[in-house]
Design a protein around this ligand. Structure first.
Ligand code: SAH
Ligand code: SF4
Length: 346
């Protein structure tokens, strides 16, 4: 059976090529074709000897995903892919003023079980491989015909519950030998699982990219009700890890906070959040995401005045806070509306 070349980090591919009897620089040439030039036919990799191209084509393939549907909104495009074993994976391309951002999935479904998130309804079907994560980028870039500057791991799944595959995908994204994206422009968003977060803090690749943590509630009790993982990953311990998390100067951790009507959107909640962050306010910024409704979810979006009052309280307390309305929501749904069995992302 053929293997997916995009499952290998650059150094691993060099080793693999050596095993196959090629010089390591041949791996670097192949990586350039695949990631820098977007060429997906080995026979077109013209600086490799003819026999090498034939041998590679026998041994490797490049695209584990098949594009099955594309839905366009004015400011976003949703791509629906199918895996070889028939699962659906969603990727959303966001059109910003002067660049594109790709929202990638890391798992099919998710077993973290947040009560406000449609992805949770399917449970976890399986992790995506490194190749399946990276292929979302390669295929959307090819379809778009332009570079995509930013990547956010905010599609389906909990990236830190699929640590090794996500780590390798991030490595391929930032490596000058592969996609060569800026590490400042990659964001891993997590529900805050403490063990892999500690690992991430020490990982030379992972600690360099942006970290976003979905906080969603300012107290242990409220967070437990919305995010059951809080029981085993208590909020005080999570905040301690975040306050100690290594950051280069001027970089901040993003705290994501989905605002849900009458659940976590009061001025009192905002004050509790200020207390939680304490004296570390310069280390964080808050992204307020007004809840995106789904027919299966029992919550509502707060009125705009409440969102604004929440934001104002945070600013007055010295914490930067921005309101993020999900793009493309009217056309195909948004953050937390992604389903493995149906569809949806930001
Ligand atoms: N599992 C990771 C990344 C995917 S979720 C995480 O939880 O961070 C990406 C973001 O969508 C998270 O910040 C999550 O809080 C948010 N989200 C989930 N459901 C939502 C909903 N119904 N409306 C708005 N945002 C939602
Ligand atoms: Fe999983 Fe994130 Fe949805 Fe929670 S918000 S269920 S962690 S995808």
């Amino acid at each position: 059976m053929k293997e997916f070349l995009t499952n290998y980090a650059p150094k691993e591919l060099e080793r693999k090529f050596e095993e196959l009897g090629f010089e390591p620089y041949r791996a670097r040439q192949a990586l350039k074709w695949v990631y820098a030039k977007g060429v997906d036919d080995f026979s077109l990799m013209t600086d490799l000897p003819k026999e090498a191209r034939a041998k590679l084509a026998e041994r490797f393939e490049l695209h584990p995903l098949e594009l099955v549907e594309k839905v366009e909104a004015p400011d976003a495009v949703k791509y629906l892919f199918k895996t070889r074993d028939g699962h659906l994976v969603e990727t959303v391309l966001l059109k910003e003023r002067d660049h594109y951002t790709l929202c990638v999935s890391s798992q099919v479904g998710c077993n973290v079980g947040c009560s406000f998130c449609a992805t949770a309804l399917d449970g976890l079907l399986r992790n995506l491989s490194t190749a399946e994560i990276v292929d979302q980028y390669l295929q959307v870039r090819k379809d778009l015909g332009e570079p995509i500057r930013n990547v956010v791991f905010m599609g389906m799944g909990e990236p830190l519950a699929n640590y090794e595959n996500v780590r390798r995908a991030v490595e391929l994204m930032v490596s000058p030998k592969a996609l060569n994206l800026s590490k400042r422009r990659i964001t891993v968003s997590t529900s805050g699982i403490i063990a892999p977060l500690k690992k991430m803090a020490k990982d030379p690749v992972m600690k360099e990219v942006n970290l976003a943590v979905s906080l969603n509630a300012p107290t242990q009790e409220k967070r437990e009700a919305l995010m059951p993982l809080t029981r085993l990953n208590p909020l005080p311990e999570l905040m301690k890890v975040l306050k100690e998390y290594p950051l280069s100067p001027y970089r901040r951790i993003t705290l994501e906070y989905v605002l849900i009507k009458d659940v976590n959107d009061s001025v009192q909640d905002a004050k509790e959040l200020l207390k939680l962050v304490g004296k570390h306010k310069k280390k964080f910024k808050v992204n307020l995401i007004p809840f995106n409704p789904s027919p299966e979810l029992p919550y509502e979006r707060p009125p705009l005045e409440r969102v604004m009052a929440f934001q104002k309280t945070l600013w007055e307390g010295g914490l930067s806070a921005f309101v993020r309305f999900s793009k493309g929501a009217e056309v195909f749904g948004a953050c937390g509306q992604l389903r493995a069995k149906r569809k949806v992302c930001m």
